[in-house]
Design a protein around this ligand. Structure first.
Ligand code: GLA
Length: 380
């Protein structure tokens, strides 16, 4: 059964009537531009076909009730404040709260959720959930809320309600991506350019390799990276590391005493440039040529930003050894997924090579599938 059908069926089962509508929002992979979002920099994600679907109808009684196919018990809540609701339902309550904080009169609603976005794999299952609920409530409430303002509200739910200090990448991807396109986002101006990203036409494919190593960024490491970047920007006297151009990198590094901080800055500054270079190549229809940039991004995350783990490094190395044009970890790090750019007809060999490398290391087997650039949040 499709995710949409199971959300609809769950609604019918739990509430005894049909939903008013179905709203879907996807998970994402980030092609390149990691940890640049909270440095006011550039990112280039695309949406995955895997999505969260919210079946929703207005409720007569006040408050919100949510069923999830991943939880045994529904959660009901009225108007809440950060800290009142925990667990998965915090992402839903957080969106209601965030909309209310922005001055919207959020209609009471019944919600049933279904999702096939892998959890805890760095593919933004939480942003998919927030974005599906936000889109549904915005439509139901008839809010005048332009699409470019929506990711910020979903991000606020995650930052201030759930308490994860993430940037605006994931929610922007889930809400603003378009089918067949990669989303070039300037995280400062929030301007976007939809970059045609037709892999099949070029005889190429992107494999997603889920390392199946546990991924968790609501812990200290993500926050520590963010702090280090903000501290570096303060020392350098710029609003954000975005303001250090790659030509100014050597000077900037010379002004920093701390070796760790120097490495963090080098990653962000070079990564922003790699996003710009990737966009240039894609605009020129030179998809294959982005491979070395992907691989350089991985090396930078591994050596300078220090956010990779053995499982993702092994996946990258095995994919490259099997002939991939480029490969890199995608997402927040410390586990999660790798993407590899390959010739479409090399998917089987590449998959086998990565599986073999994992077996040799004694790692839990990876999960591997080809990704296509799918649509962003929408009413079905
Ligand atoms: C996580 C965060 C994003 C972004 C990425 C790293 O996915 O939620 O905001 O910082 O990590 O690029």
């Amino acid at each position: 059964m499709s995710v949409a059908s199971s959300a609809e069926a769950a609604f019918q089962k739990h509430y005894g009537s049909a939903p008013a509508g179905l709203w879907a929002a996807p998970g994402r992979v980030n092609l390149i531009g990691e940890h640049t979002d909270y440095n006011d920099g550039f990112v280039l994600p695309f949406a995955l076909p895997q999505q969260t679907v919210a079946a929703v109808a207005p409720a007569r009684e006040p408050g919100w009730t949510v069923h999830s196919d991943l939880a045994d018990e529904p959660v009901s809540f009225g108007t809440t404040a950060p800290g009142d609701i925990g667990g998965w339902a915090a992402y839903v309550a957080g969106v209601v709260w965030s909309l209310q904080q922005a001055g919207f009169d959020v209609p009471p609603a019944r919600i049933a959720l279904s999702s096939d976005v892998p959890l805890g794999s760095g593919l933004s299952s939480s942003a998919a959930l927030e974005s599906a609920v936000l889109t549904a409530l915005t439509d139901l409430g008839g809010f005048d809320l332009p699409v470019e303002k929506r990711p910020g509200l979903a991000q606020r739910a995650e930052n201030d309600y759930v308490g994860a200090p993430t940037g605006i990448l994931d929610q922007s991807a889930s809400i603003r991506c378009q089918e067949g396109k990669a989303l070039f986002l300037d995280c400062r101006s929030l301007e976007v350019e939809q970059i045609p990203f037709d892999l099949a036409a070029a005889g190429l494919a992107i494999l997603i390799i889920n390392s199946n190593a546990p991924h968790q960024h609501v812990d200290g490491e993500y926050g520590a990276r963010r702090k280090s970047c903000e501290e570096a920007a303060r020392v350098l006297g710029v609003p954000a590391l975005r303001d250090v151009p790659v030509e100014g990198l050597a000077d900037a590094l010379a002004r920093l005493d701390d070796e760790v901080m120097r490495r963090r800055v080098r990653h962000i500054v070079t990564e922003n440039q790699r996003v710009l270079d990737t966009v240039e190549l894609l605009r020129a229809d030179r998809v294959r040529d982005i491979g070395p940039l992907l691989t350089a991004s991985h090396a930078s995350m591994r050596d300078d930003f220090e956010i990779t783990v053995a499982q993702v490094d092994v996946a990258v190395e095995a994919a490259l050894a099997a002939g991939a044009y480029g490969a890199r970890m995608t997402g927040g790090g410390f586990g999660g997924c790798v993407l590899a750019l390959i010739d479409a007809d090399r998917a089987e060999e590449t998959t086998a090579a990565v599986v073999r490398a994992y077996a040799e290391k004694g790692f839990t087997a990876p999960t591997i599938w080809p990704a296509t650039a799918a649509a962003g949040a929408r009413k079905l």
